[in-house]
Every structure is written in structure tokens, then in C-alpha cells.
Write a protein that binds this ligand. Structure first.
Ligand SMILES: NC(=O)c1ccc[n+]([C@@H]2O[C@H](COP(=O)([O-])OP(=O)(O)OC[C@H]3O[C@@H](n4cnc5c(N)ncnc54)[C@H](OP(=O)(O)O)[C@@H]3O)[C@@H](O)[C@H]2O)c1
Length: 326
């Protein structure tokens, strides 16, 4: 493989961000885009200088000049689009949330195993330099045993029943859109909770607009997580342990910095070098895995994606939130 040849499926907001991110990856090139319409495919291809434009997702999925497709459609289409690409012979990096529910995620992972094609959830946060450094410090015991994780992803949006965020048939609501980040963070560092308590407000369209979650662990540790599409909060993640604490600064889920406080030491600020807009790091990880012949990423393994999806299912079940397609 010379350069990893990428295709992008869907031409919305995140597709553009990813295309910009990819431009910062040396050994990757964006060779194709697929859209439901020729008009959108052409507009996107012109904007990002993409040589091949497909007026259907099927054509992109079957394009032999594409090594890996980035799936950037609404959540409700991730399963269908991912399986289409895997069966067309492409590897896939699929946006978060990986699927609407764990059942869909299982089908996607089974398709990856059946076809032998690489599949990864685009949990970009896990791949970012500052979070990789945080993971390394925690694994090295810098803060001792984790006792408390506090994290949020809450932002204020205009209540708009026509938008993806509020439409039940597209998997709308805060949890699947942004709550997945704090849940994935807690899972990454504390694993499967032994108890879950939660509350959510379901709004006019029936999807969750504000939610709080407490995960409890038999070790005594806990995670306190919030998500919202109705209000802005601080976007700080605190990981506190028996010997110290890591505070990941504002917009912890995007490229950021953090402070390490250890008993008996001066606080230490870390500003890991980060180039590009951040989406480049998940592309680098996917490319590294492809070159190594892997079918999943050790940073975002299938088992973790599935476990997080099961947690999201459990939370929604507590709230009585079922989507029309379920
Ligand atoms: N990693 C991140 O930071 C991040 C940030 C934002 C969003 N996301 C995720 O990325 C996915 C897409 O989000 P987005 O904000 O980019 O959405 P968006 O702006 O609405 O774009 C979605 C694209 O999907 C395609 N599509 C196919 N069927 C559609 C339908 N029925 N309704 C609307 N669009 C449809 C469209 O492309 P064509 O018309 O070209 O087919 C559309 O442009 C979501 O799963 C979201 O959670 C991730």
C-alpha cells in the first residue's frame, strides 16, 4: 500500500471536517466521495478536490480504487451503510454512535468478521494525542486507582423538530449524539459498571434532551456523567484516583491539554503536540491498522464499541426511549 485511499460516504457537516483532517495525514489521500445525489457529490468533490464522485452509496461501496470508507451519515443509517461497504470489499471507519443499538452493532461486527475487512468506530477522542497521553499516565499508575470520573458533553442547540438532533427516526437525542463520549470515557478507564442509575428529560419530539448518569463499580469507584442538547456546560473531564488527579481541560473530547496533580508534586500541565483538526488522528490509526492487516483497532476495539452500545441501550431502556426503527 502506498497511500491509503479514502472514500467519504455522505456529504454533511462532519464529512467536511473529516476531509479537512485527512489533508493533514501524509500517507492518505481522499480519492472518492459518495452521496445520495450527484449534485451533493459534485459540490463536495469540487470543494475538497476529490477526483471521483459517486451519485450513490452503492457505487462508492463497490469502487475498487477505495481502500477504506468513512461513513458520515445520520446514526440510523450507520448499520446499512457500513455493511454495504464491507460487503463491497471496503474497510470502514464508521462515525459515532456506531449504531442505534447493540443489536445493530453486532450485525456490523459480524459483517466485518465475515468479510475479513477492517471496521472501527470513529471514536476520535480515544485517538487524540492528549487522551493517548492520559491513558498512558493512568496505565503507569500516576494517579493510583481511579475512584471518580466526572465528565460531560452538553451543548445548547435550538429545539428544532426537523433537525437530525431531534428526529427520533434518525436516532436523535443527546445520548447518542454526544453522551456517547462521556460514557466511552468512563468505559475506557473503569470498564463495565456494576450498577447504573440515570434520569433523562424527554422533550417534545420524544428524544432525550438532558440526562444524568451515575455508574457504580464494585471496587467502590464511580463515574458521574451528564449530557444535554439544551445547555452548555464546562466540557471538562476529571479523573481522580487514590494518588492524584488528571483534569482534562475544556473540550476534553477534542484536541486539548490537561493538568496532572499528584500527591507531593507540583501540578504539571501537559500540552501534547497536535496537528490538523483532530479527525486526522483516527484516520492515522485506521491507516496504521490497515497496513498491519488488522480487522479492528486496539485503541477502539469491537468489544469496547459493543459494550458502550449496550450501556447506551440500558440507559434508554430506563428512560423508556425506543426509536421507531427498533
Ligand atoms: N466525530 C464528531 O465529532 C462528530 C461531529 C458531528 C457529527 N458526528 C456524527 O456524524 C454523523 C453525521 O452527522 P452530521 O452532523 O455530519 O450530519 P449532517 O450534517 O446532517 O449530514 C449527514 C449526511 O448524511 C447523508 N444522509 C443520508 N440520509 C440522510 C437523511 N435521511 N437525512 C439527512 N442526511 C442524510 C447526507 O449526505 P448526502 O446527501 O450526500 O447523501 C447528509 O449530508 C452522525 O452520526 C453524528 O453523530 C460526529
Amino acid at each position: 500500500m502506498d497511500k491509503i485511499r479514502w472514500g467519504i460516504l455522505g456529504t454533511g457537516r462532519i464529512a467536511g471536517d473529516f476531509a479537512r483532517g485527512l489533508a493533514a495525514v501524509d500517507d492518505a489521500e481522499l480519492v472518492a466521495v459518495g452521496s445520495r445525489t450527484a449534485e451533493s457529490a459534485n459540490a463536495f468533490a469540487d470543494k475538497f478536490s476529490v477526483p471521483t464522485r459517486h451519485a450513490s452509496y452503492e457505487a462508492l461501496a463497490n469502487d475498487p480504487n477505495v481502500d477504506i470508507v468513512y461513513v458520515a451519515t445520520p446514526h440510523s443509517l450507520h448499520k446499512e451503510n457500513t455493511i454495504l461497504c464491507l460487503e463491497g470489499g471496503r474497510a470502514v471507519l464508521c462515525e459515532k454512535p456506531f449504531a442505534i443499538n447493540a443489536g445493530e452493532a453486532e450485525e456490523m461486527i459480524a459483517a466485518s468478521q465475515r468479510t475479513g475487512k477492517f471496521l472501527m468506530e470513529a471514536m476520535w477522542t480515544h485517538c487524540l494525542p492528549h487522551m493517548q497521553e492520559v491513558a498512558r499516565l493512568i496505565a503507569d499508575g500516576s494517579i493510583g486507582d481511579i475512584q471518580v470520573i466526572q465528565a460531560d458533553f452538553c451543548f445548547r442547540s435550538k429545539v428544532n423538530p426537523a433537525s437530525r438532533l431531534y428526529r427520533p427516526e434518525l436516532g436523535g437525542g443527546a445520548l447518542l449524539d454526544v453522551g456517547v463520549y462521556p460514557v466511552a470515557l468512563a468505559y475506557r478507564f473503569l470498564g463495565q459498571p456494576d450498577a447504573v442509575r440515570t434520569w433523562a428529560h424527554l422533550g417534545v419530539t420524544g428524544v432525550d434532551e438532558n440526562a444524568g448518569m451515575v455508574f457504580g463499580y464494585n471496587s467502590g469507584a464511580m463515574a458521574v456523567l451528564t449530557t444535554s442538547v439544551r445547555a452548555n456546560t464546562h466540557h471538562i473531564a476529571r479523573i481522580s484516583g487514590s494518588a492524584g488527579e488528571i483534569v482534562v481541560h475544556e473540550r476534553w473530547w477534542a484536541p486539548s491539554s490537561f493538568t496532572l496533580r499528584r500527591d507531593g508534586h507540583e501540578p504539571q500541565e501537559f500540552h501534547p503536540e497536535s496537528v490538523g483538526n483532530g479527525w486526522n488522528y483516527e484516520a492515522i490509526e485506521a491507516g496504521r491498522c490497515l497496513r498491519a492487516g488488522l480487522t479492528e483497532s486496539p485503541i477502539v476495539p469491537h468489544a469496547d464499541t459493543l459494550a458502550v452500545m449496550r450501556l447506551l441501550d440500558g440507559l434508554r431502556a430506563e428512560w423508556g426511549l425506543r426509536y421507531p426503527m427498533e
